[in-house]
Design a protein around this ligand. Structure first.
Ligand code: PAF
Length: 283
């Protein structure tokens, strides 16, 4: 079956309502498009777990800061539709205009407090407010019973888990492992910005995380030492650090030592030229 494209919020709401009335369970994969294998892995999992898979494609303006890459964010709706079709997605909700989501007079915002602090929340003020707001809107428009997100955006995943829980959406939030290129680079739509030499240098992020993981596995408990190992890789590749941190995997609070039985995560953000990339790994 060819994928169906829905361009208005009103039509998407009507369709979701009809699907629910006929007893169909919807899985939602929210995206900003320019789809890659990471997104497709979410869609395949969604397909295995639900009757109907809805993918949203919307470059959400409210999660970009004034100096960020909203205007140049890569877009390819035609290509995205054929990728969705290739994995059996049923409906693509691609609002025709940002005003579909934020009509004139729009004034309601969703804020998740604790887990939005620090890391990307500190470096990108307002980012998670924009994410939480658009995801809450998508949940209400599509009314899924399950929604899937990649662990590459680890802080985002924790924000959305808190959002779904605290606002009683009754939606299961599924986090899926980061998909990587064979050389270790985490897949991201923003990788499209990288020149060949920047792409080579960008490998320092995943290499640094793997080194930290290896050290932790071999008994290093001091966070300072783990962070230093990641920094060394970034510096050697001339990647400008935005942050390197080791945090509690659930609360995202900074740790000074890692302890057995307390899941920890190492997260990194860095710039290659004007391109900002993030990555993370369980320790
Ligand atoms: O991860 C993304 O692509 C976006 O932040 C999301 C969740 C689709 C919200 O715009």
């Amino acid at each position: 079956m060819p994928v169906q494209t829905v361009r208005t919020t009103a039509e998407m709401q009507q369709r979701s309502e009809a699907l629910r009335m006929s007893g169909k369970r919807i899985a939602l994969v929210p995206t900003m498009g320019f789809l890659h294998e990471g997104h497709l892995s979410l869609m395949r999992e969604a397909k295995a777990r639900a009757d109907v898979v809805v993918v949203s494609i919307f470059v959400n303006p409210t999660q970009f800061g004034p100096k960020e890459d909203l205007s140049r964010y890569p877009r390819d709706l035609e290509g995205d539709l054929s990728k969705c079709e290739s994995v059996g997605v049923d409906v693509v909700f691609a609002p025709a205009d940002p005003k579909e989501m934020y009509p004139d007079g729009y004034q309601t915002w969703v804020e998740v407090t604790d887990v939005s602090k620090g890391l990307c929340g500190e470096k990108r003020p307002g980012h998670f407010r924009g994410v939480a707001t658009v995801v809450a809107k998508l949940f209400n428009i599509v009314r899924p019973y399950l929604a899937l997100f990649g662990e590459k955006d680890y802080q985002q995943l924790q924000v959305i888990k808190a959002l779904a829980r605290d606002l009683n959406f009754g939606i299961e939030i599924v986090g899926m492992p980061t998909v990587r290129d064979p050389d270790g680079l985490a897949m991201s739509s923003r990788n499209a910005y990288l020149s060949p030499s920047e792409r080579e240098r960008a490998l320092a992020l995943s290499r640094g995380l793997r080194t930290a993981h290896h050290l932790a596995r071999n008994g290093v408990r001091e966070v300072r030492e783990l962070v230093q190992a990641v920094r060394k890789e970034l510096e050697a590749a001339q990647v400008r650090e935005d942050y390197v941190e080791v945090v509690d995997a659930e609360t995202l609070r900074s740790l000074t030592t890692i302890e057995p039985g307390r899941p920890a995560r190492v997260l990194v953000a860095g710039f290659l030229g004007t391109t900002r990339l993030i990555d993370n790994l369980a320790l």
